[in-house]
Ligand binder design. Structure first.
Ligand SMILES: NC(=O)c1ccc[n+]([C@@H]2O[C@H](COP(=O)([O-])OP(=O)(O)OC[C@H]3O[C@@H](n4cnc5c(N)ncnc54)[C@H](O)[C@@H]3O)[C@@H](O)[C@H]2O)c1
Length: 728
């Protein structure tokens, strides 16, 4: 097709066919395309050339990468921003470039396959027409909020004008991305095609737009699509009138405050920019967006969230072992032993995300049936939510088979057990499996509290025994904690890590020990809540203090969910392993003895009588000092005590080599325990306060409340030397 080919440029290639359709291929050095200073400059130059070229009638923008269109701004570039003014200028520069695309006399068509995120999504919004492939890698969205930023290249203005305010708020304020089908139904793209014909259809549409035979997508929402929706009229009334919009924005602000408790400035600034655009005109909206973007690029919240993002990226590349020569073993077949809550969830992520087949064993038919039904339930829900088609769900489900025996498991490469939490049972399962499995098979346990070494004692091949600790509900919780005991081989660890990543998990590797990392740091955190109750604090005061600090739920509500009885059981194990520091508060045991197990028996800190509003069960105070008469306590002091307990224990884990790095400790706490992401995890939180300050606080509480606040020796040393966990 090319009758004119330019010399390949670092990020963009240009070809113009005989019809005058220019194809710009994004192909930056590196695995994905990102918006960088270099790409911006090159794009700017190419636009000028195109505008000056009378032969060019229309432009098609495609990607030269396999499964990625344009993954957003180069975060390294953003990390170099030193002032808000610099950040705002960067945003204005990006906008100026996209304005050139939007206002070009030649129509631009975006042909999207793969990730089209952040700045990528903003680029396609500036194009006249958007085609995407209806394939799994295609994801379109604006994830900036998750990094503490906002879409700074016009996304806060163009998206609501294209898909409607409410729909745009859903995406922008949550930092969401959508798949191709959803993007089509929202009007975010105009057409879906298979990947094989993406470029050719895009060129045809470009030619039609240039010829004036295709009018679609000329700014604004495709109106037909909007009217088809049942609530479209109500929506239009709300969105298309100033009064309606005021109501909508006010409601959105309220909801946001409820959700973020004022801890996250990014969604607030994004919402303000959108609102400004509607109340004062789009140019004012663009400027509010740039200002907000500038301020956010240098905010502490963005710094921590971007830090977490980099840590996640680093973990994706981390094989979980230090020896770079170690390779994971190939895993083609997996067996799930135990099809309860956890087994069902693990089976689901294995067939859906990893695309592997799995055989699920439970002890009887009803157990197998329950496990299969659990997986089916998740798939059905996704069909209902239009995340996948019925045929796709059926194809996924066909990779799962059930059994009550070990039949059909001879060729299995990886066994994952999630039977009851009972050491003898787990050991028996190891022996049963080793009686028939192939020599190379790996045995992984999902135990939440038993040391993996104790399970491995039953094995003839302890080097192939490892912990794979998932979190409930498995299909939603992002973390997997892989646990290596003294004898676990590097190859086994690397294999568990590789499988976990395929299952879509963020994986940290920790050393064996009671409670591993996550349960161990959670224990003194929960315990502190119990001590506060004994001192007279109310359940609400404790939970609200931690929610305000940024945890998704308070510790006592979490205890109701986990089970007060189970937590009491784990607390005893912790005490045995770690001594006086882990002495549980006296109250928890008493509550468990009273038969308070939490939500599961509808008897816990809160009432479970079907009423919507969460209400504390006042009788929970009856055996406590002070009874139902509770004392007011400073919420900041409450949050500080609990957070310090968690962070101090995390430091001990690092000191003892349970953790491989502070990075893993931060990721484990944020993704496994709900530690507030904007605080970056316990180690980043301590860095932000200064380790010396943390030590002073711990010593202050130690003087008042006793040895459980004794600072970890590592912290004391670091404080003396003025060291940090991250960075110099
Ligand atoms: N529930 C959680 O939040 C959570 C989180 C992390 C880890 N874990 C751990 O995961 C494991 C399972 O927990 P769960 O919540 O899924 O429990 P569960 O009671 O829901 O499921 C256990 C399943 O194992 C089956 N089972 C028992 N003996 C078996 C055998 N010999 N062979 C095959 N199946 C057998 C049971 O029938 C049941 O279906 C436990 O070790 C638990 O500590 C649980």
């Amino acid at each position: 097709m090319a009758n004119e080919t330019k010399k390949p440029a670092p990020c963009l290639r240009r070809e113009v066919d005989e019809q005058g359709i220019a194809t710009l291929t994004l192909d930056c050095p590196g695995p994905v395309n990102t918006l960088s200073d270099a790409l911006n400059a090159e794009m700017d130059r190419l636009i000028s050339e195109i505008e000056a070229d009378p032969k060019v009638r229309a432009i098609v923008l495609v990607s030269g990468k396999k499964d990625s269109f344009l993954a957003g701004a180069d975060l390294e570039m953003l990390s170099r921003v030193k002032t808000a003014a610099e950040g705002a200028a960067l945003s204005r520069g990006g906008k100026a470039l996209l304005a050139r695309i939007e206002r070009s006399s030649r129509p631009w068509v975006a042909a999207v396959h793969g990730a089209c995120l952040g700045g990528g999504c903003e680029v396609i919004l500036a194009c006249r027409y958007r085609i995407a492939t209806d394939e799994k890698p295609t994801q379109i969205g604006l994830p900036e909020i998750q990094l503490g930023l906002l879409p700074g290249a016009g996304g806060t203005q163009r998206l609501p004008r294209r898909i409607g305010i409410q729909a745009a708020l859903d995406i922008i304020l949550a930092g969401k991305s959508v798949n191709a089908r959803k993007a089509l139904s929202l009007g975010l793209v105009d057409e879906l095609v298979p990947a094989a014909i993406l470029a050719s259809v895009a060129r045809r549409r470009a030619a039609e737009l240039a010829a004036g035979t295709l009018q679609a997508g000329e700014g604004g929402r495709p109106k037909l699509r909007a009217v088809r929706k049942p609530n479209a009229l109500a929506r239009l009334a709300l969105e298309e009138t100033p009064v309606g919009r005021r109501v909508l924005f006010r409601e959105a602000e309220k909801q946001l405050l409820r959700k973020t408790r004022g801890n996250y400035p990014a969604p607030r600034k994004a919402l303000a920019a959108i609102r400004t655009g509607y109340e004062k005109g789009i140019e004012a909206g663009y400027e509010a967006e740039s200002q907000g973007f500038g301020e956010l690029t240098v905010s502490p919240e963005a710094k921590q969230l971007v830090g977490i993002f980099f840590a996640q990226q680093a973990l994706k590349k981390d094989p979980g072992v230090d020896d770079p020569a170690v390779r994971p073993l190939p895993v083609g077949r997996v067996a799930m032993l135990g099809g309860g809550l956890m087994g069902g969830g693990i089976a689901y992520v294995t067939i859906q995300n990893a695309g592997l087949s799995i055989r699920l064993k439970d002890k009887d038919d009803s157990g197998v049936g329950r496990g299969l039904a659990y997986v089916r339930g998740i798939l059905d829900e996704q069909v209902q939510k239009k995340r996948r088609t019925r045929a796709q769900a059926d194809a996924t489900f066909s990779r799962l088979t059930g059994t009550t025996g070990y039949d059909g498991m001879k060729g299995v490469d990886l066994f994952i057990e999630a039977v009851f939490e009972d050491l003898e049972l787990k050991r028996r399962v190891v022996r049963e499996v080793e009686a028939f499995c192939k020599e190379s098979a790996i045995f992984a346990s999902n135990t939440s509290s038993l040391p993996i070494a104790r399970i491995a004692e039953a094995s003839r091949r302890p080097e192939q025994v490892v912990g794979m600790h998932y979190f409930s509900p498995v299909h939603k919780m992002p973390l997997l904690e892989v646990i290596r005991q003294a004898k676990t081989s590097d190859a086994t660890v690397a294999t568990a890590v590789a499988v976990g990543k395929k299952q879509g998990k963020t994986v940290i590797v920790v050393r064996d020990g009671v409670g591993f990392y996550t349960s161990r740091t959670l224990a003194p955190y929960m315990g502190e809540a119990g001590f506060l109750l004994e001192e007279g604090a109310s359940v609400e005061a404790i939970d609200q203090a931690l929610v305000q600090f940024g945890f998704p739920v308070g510790p006592l509500q979490l205890l109701d969910e986990v089970g007060i009885d189970l937590a009491g059981h784990v607390a005893k194990i912790m005490l045995e392993a770690y001594g006086a520091r882990m002495t549980p508060p006296p109250g928890f045991d008493r509550l468990a003895k009273e038969g308070r197990a939490g939500r599961k028996n509808k008897k816990g800190f809160y009432l479970y009588d079907g009423k919507k509003k969460k209400q504390v069960d006042e009788t929970v105070y009856d055996g406590m000092p002070g009874g139902r008469k509770r004392k007011p306590m400073d919420p900041e002091a409450i949050a500080e005590r609990l957070a310090l307990q968690m962070a101090n224990e995390a430091a001990l884990c690092l000191q003892e080599g349970i953790l491989r790095s502070p990075r893993d400790g931060d990721i484990g706490a944020v993704f496994g325990l709900g530690f507030p992401p904007f605080r970056g995890g316990p180690f980043r939180w301590m860095d932000a306060a200064g380790v010396a300050q943390i030590v002073r606080k711990l010593e202050g509480w130690q003087a008042k409340l006793g040895a459980r606040f004794a600072p970890a020796p590592l912290l004391v040393d670091m404080a003396k030397q003025g060291k940090r966990f991250h960075g110099a």
